[in-house]
Each structure stands twice: as structure tokens, then as C-alpha cells.
Design a protein around this ligand. Structure first.
Ligand code: CA
Length: 356
């Protein structure tokens, strides 16, 4: 599955300390069709532990389909593990991480986000943000009280308003986007977008169609611009949308076939059960070795299964009955119940008595 996905999605990624930090608190995961960036915080090694927990939790959640509930659950689980980890002495109290996770299936992109790591869509040479930052400056921008340029130099630019690890109630924002042929997905930690304006990022993506080259060039440009923070970038090229859409359809078809087969088996079961119930109440008379025999059930068989139980062999000779009845008894005369069959037998006996 992975190899097939890779024919349609090619990714490049890079994570870098930056120019001033001595450890990297960012973590990333590139595992088609899942792409994740986490930017840890908490000082010393704690941020690294928090972002690592987040990435591993998502990796283990087997997120291979576009399932918003499953993705949301995995993010909530990662949050719980970080909160509990800090309580148990893993990392340190107050450690946390951002998380931006993307899944691509068919022509759909699903993004879950907590914090200020970003997802962008690069489409027809234009870059547009998918996510909204959960940061103080991000919220001021949303309210129209701050511009992107002012945010870049704001003294509180690193204040995050939502992060994994802060409390148990954290929920991600979810975004669903329709993709087009040759779209590109960019995920990055704030070490990239705090150093480079969106127009510069856009220009680099336009210059470098190869995703790995683009990721390398973006990180290099952020370093050249100061590189104050850790820088992490994932670039995913949607190379073959038609192929992606087809593989999604195939999976749907397979699921459909399995569903149909289960429904068919259930139907057969219900049918056999129904026929069995019906047969158990029914009865028939048939000629065997010259005499009329009474059976419960049905003459013949149902898809190879005999549904008849002998009640008794009567002393009524078939050749003494009228020829029409005798002819019918060769094949069997079906009745709705044993009582009805018994009434027929009584009738035959009275016919015999009349003849003798
Ligand atoms: Ca950062």
C-alpha cells in the first residue's frame, strides 16, 4: 500500500537546529499518507520528549484513511500521554508541544492542528495558509488587531494559546481541503514562518519543484534570515491525483464487496432459517413401495439440503386409490400442516372403505 501511495505522493523533509539553539525540540513524521510536525516546548530535553510522544502516538494510531474521528482521537490520546508523562516524571511538568498532522486520501486532505505549527497549500504557484495559529499574535491577527509583519516582531510572538500537554481538555482544529493535480502541501514549525514571509516561502516553492530540494532550500533560507529557532519543514507533492482517487475507489469497492458478501451470507442464513421453519410446520404424503407415507417437511431438497422427517407409513395401498390421486402421490402431495395431511389420509381411507 505504501509503495503504491508513494507513486502518487512524493515528500521531502528536513529538520534543523537553527543558528542559536543547541538542541532540537521539533519532531516530524513522513509516512505516506500521514505527515506530522510537532514543535516541543518546556526547556532542556522536555520539549523533545513531548514532541516525540506526540509523533509516536500518531504513528502508532495506524492512520491510513481520511477518518477525522480517528485522527482527532489520536491527537487527544497524544495529549493525554504527554499530560500523564509529565506527572510521572517523564520530561517535566509544563512540557508541551504543537502538533500539525495531515492525511491525504484520494483528492482530500485532512489536517488536525494544535498550536502554531502550520499547514499551507501551494496551488497554481500561490501559497495559502490552511491552519490558524493558536498563539497570542495569531489571535490578534484574526481579530484584525495585528498584521503578519507586526506579529513577526511582537514581544509576545512565542506565546502559545493551545498546546498538547497543557490540560486534558485540549482538542485539535480540523480542516478538510479538496486537492487538485500538482498541489503541494507544506507543513512547518514556526522556525520557518517566523523567519520567512509567506511571499518568500511561495517564491522558493515556485523555484524548486522537487520536494526535497524545496525543503532544503526553505530551511537554508530560514537559517540565512537568522535561524533563531529550530526549523522543520515537510513538502509533499501531489504527483498523480488520478491514481490517488483510483486507489481510494478501489478500497471503497473492496469494502463494498466485503459488505455485500456479508449481507449475502446473512440473507442465505435467514432464508435457510425461514425455509427450515416453514418446512418444520409443513407436511406431505408420498407413495413409497406401494403405500402412502406421511412426512413432515417438504418433498425434494432445498439447495441440496433435505428438509423432511418421516411421521408414519400408512396401510393405504396407492393402487387402490383413484388414478388421479395415485398419480399425484408419485410426486408427493404437499399440505400446509400435519393436521391437513391427516384429514387427507382419513379421506383416502373412507374412499377405500367405499370401494371394498
Ligand atoms: Ca519553535
Amino acid at each position: 500500500m505504501k509503495a503504491r501511495e508513494n507513486r502518487a505522493l512524493t515528500a521531502g523533509s528536513r529538520t534543523d537546529l537553527g543558528c542559536l539553539r543547541d538542541h532540537n525540540e521539533d519532531s516530524l513524521l513522513v509516512k505516506a499518507p500521514l505527515y506530522v510536525i510537532a514543535d516541543g516546548m518546556g526547556g532542556h530535553a522536555a520539549g523533545e520528549i513531548a514532541s516525540e510522544i506526540a509523533i509516536r502516538t500518531l504513528e502508532q494510531a495506524q492512520l491510513t484513511h481520511l477518518d477525522p474521528d480517528a485522527l482527532r482521537r489520536a491527537v487527544v490520546e497524544a495529549n493525554g500521554l504527554i499530560v500523564q508523562g509529565a506527572k510521572k516524571g517523564l520530561g517535566r511538568k509544563g512540557m508541551g508541544t504543537t502538533l500539525t498532522a495531515a492525511i491525504i486520501e484520494g483528492n482530500q486532505l485532512l489536517v488536525a492542528q494544535v498550536g502554531d505549527s502550520r499547514a499551507y497549500l501551494h496551488q497554481n504557484g500561490r501559497l495559502r495558509p490552511i491552519t490558524r495559529d493558536h498563539s497570542l499574535v495569531g489571535e490578534l491577527i484574526s481579530l484584525g488587531q495585528l498584521t503578519e509583519e507586526e506579529a513577526r516582531v511582537h514581544p509576545n510572538r512565542s506565546v502559545i494559546t493551545r498546546a498538547l500537554g497543557s490540560d486534558m481538555s485540549v482538542q485539535p482544529d480540523m480542516y478538510e481541503i479538496r486537492l487538485h493535480e500538482r498541489d503541494r502541501l507544506l507543513l512547518c514549525s514556526d522556525g520557518l514562518n517566523s523567519m520567512l514571509e509567506d511571499t518568500v516561502i511561495e517564491e522558493i516553492l515556485n523555484l524548486y519543484p522537487d520536494p526535497q530540494e524545496a525543503a532544503d532550500m526553505l530551511v537554508g533560507a530560514a537559517r540565512d534570515a537568522g535561524g533563531f529557532d529550530n526549523i522543520t519543514v515537510i513538502v509533499v507533492n501531489i504527483d498523480n491525483l488520478e491514481f490517488l482517487a483510483r486507489s481510494k475507489q478501489k478500497r471503497r469497492f473492496k469494502r463494498g464487496v466485503v459488505g455485500f458478501a456479508l449481507a449475502f451470507i446473512l440473507l442465505i442464513g435467514v432464508t435457510i432459517g425461514g425455509v427450515y421453519g416453514y418446512a418444520h410446520n409443513a407436511a406431505f404424503l408420498i407413495e413409497e413401495n406401494g403405500y402412502v407415507v406421511l412426512y413432515r417437511g417438504l418433498p425434494g431438497d432445498f439447495i441440496g439440503i433435505e428438509l423432511k422427517w418421516m411421521e408414519r407409513i400408512t396401510s393405504i395401498p396407492v393402487d387402490k386409490l383413484n388414478p388421479t390421486t395415485a398419480g399425484e402421490l408419485k410426486k408427493g402431495i404437499q399440505t400446509g400442516s400435519l393436521e391437513e395431511a391427516e384429514r387427507l389420509l382419513a379421506l383416502y381411507e373412507s374412499q377405500l372403505n367405499m370401494r371394498t
